[in-house]
Design a binder for this molecule. Structure first.
Ligand SMILES: NC(=O)c1ccc[n+]([C@@H]2O[C@H](COP(=O)([O-])OP(=O)(O)OC[C@H]3O[C@@H](n4cnc5c(N)ncnc54)[C@H](O)[C@@H]3O)[C@@H](O)[C@H]2O)c1
Length: 333
């Protein structure tokens, strides 16, 4: 069987994780790297084999890749996705999909029309425990959701800059916002408070380190997410509550609590490994449905987090529809 030829755009932190899995995947072969830092691209090419580039256009022109992992920082997506999609190259794009809703919505349209397989790195969806939670919640009506992403400072230089990362909620805690959507439904309104409390001495920091976001679902259910990088350790989780039930996700652990019963599960998978394996399988089988997060869906999570940023700036609740509308129909050439 012909292997899926995989290229990487952005060969930094998270690309290393994907590389560990893709390099071991029997259906895939890593063939090219592109990073604006030549040394980074060269080092990865040396380690895993393949060609090294510093310009995406040149790589797309010269390398016959079937699929790309796009693992660049939020501000650096440019037009990589649309160029690749127009060439029929399948994509796994890291979250967040960008920082500008309308530009990202246009990409979504181009990707849809191209017919490529496209996944987004909302990797928590690939936890076996999250799959169990989703299945349990199928016939349930969540009334309230509480989530948290409580972590420590990320030293990557672009992370601390609002214009480059979009702040912690857009960049990191987006995983929990995405999970709140995945398990609870669509979010229609947010109200967020953010502040820089602990890390104000970090040079060039322009992002808040504590965030508290209230939200309302289309269903009328309400929710809340806490997010900080002012801690020394890492905790993520969520509680989905309804009449006589509580679904508690604590990292990789899941507990389903009803009035008279408590069942616990411990995850047995590496969510990155699962996601990357499913991406290659989806390409081989030509089946987008194997992927748990599509570009179109990832765009909806982006909209919620951008609405939260706007709410923080305005000091007011913000409707997610004010970010997503007017719905522009893009003329795709
Ligand atoms: N899914 C997850 O759990 C997860 C975890 C970590 C990071 N991420 C996401 O991955 C993205 C990258 O994060 P990271 O931690 O790997 O960052 P990083 O800074 O470690 O790596 C990014 C790499 O991209 C390169 N780069 C920047 N602009 C480029 C361009 N235009 N063309 C080619 N290369 C370019 C940089 O030189 C750098 O090597 C972010 O959006 C982040 O949120 C996702």
């Amino acid at each position: 069987m012909k292997k899926v030829r995989v290229g990487f755009v952005g060969a930094g932190g998270i690309a290393n994780v994907h590389l560990q899995h893709i390099s071991k995947n029997e259906m895939a072969q890593v063939t090219a790297f592109c990073d604006i830092h030549e040394k980074t691209a060269l080092l990865k090419a040396q380690e895993y084999g393949g060609a090294a580039y510093t310009k995406v256009d040149e790589m797309l022109e010269k390398e016959p890749v079937d699929a790309l992992f796009i693992s660049v920082p939020p501000f650096a997506h440019g037009d990589i996705e649309e160029k690749a999609a127009r060439k029929g190259i399948h994509l796994m794009v890291e979250k967040p999909l960008g920082l500008d809703y309308q530009k990202t919505a246009k990409k979504a349209e181009i990707i849809k029309q191209s017919g490529i397989i496209c996944g987004v790195g909302y990797c928590l969806r690939y936890l076996d425990t999250v799959a169990r939670a989703k299945e349990y919640l199928l016939d349930k009506k969540p009334a309230m959701v509480r989530g948290h992403y409580l972590s420590s400072f990320v030293t990557t230089p672009w992370y601390r800059e609002w214009e480059k990362s979009g702040g912690q909620l857009v960049e990191q805690s987006t995983h929990i916002v995405d999970l709140a959507r995945y398990l609870g439904g669509e979010i229609k309104q947010v109200y967020a408070n953010m502040s820089l409390q602990v890390h104000s001495d970090v040079p060039n920091i322009t992002i808040p380190d504590v965030t508290s976001m209230n939200f309302v679902y289309d269903s009328g259910a309400v929710g809340h997410i806490d997010s900080t990088f002012a801690q020394f350790d890492h905790r993520t989780g969520m509680e989905v509550m309804g009449e006589d039930f509580r679904v508690v996700i604590d990292g990789g652990n899941l507990t389903i609590i009803e009035k008279d019963s408590t069942i616990s599960f411990k995850s047995e998978v590496d969510f990155y490994e699962e996601q990357d394996r499913m991406f290659i399988e989806a390409i081989v089988k030509g089946d987008q449905n194997l992927l748990l997060s599509s570009f179109e869906d990832g765009l909806k999570t982006l909209a919620v987090t951008l609405a939260a940023n706007q709410s923080h700036e305005k000091g007011l609740p913000v409707k997610v529809s004010s970010i997503t509308s007017p719905k522009i129909t893009w003329e795709v050439k």
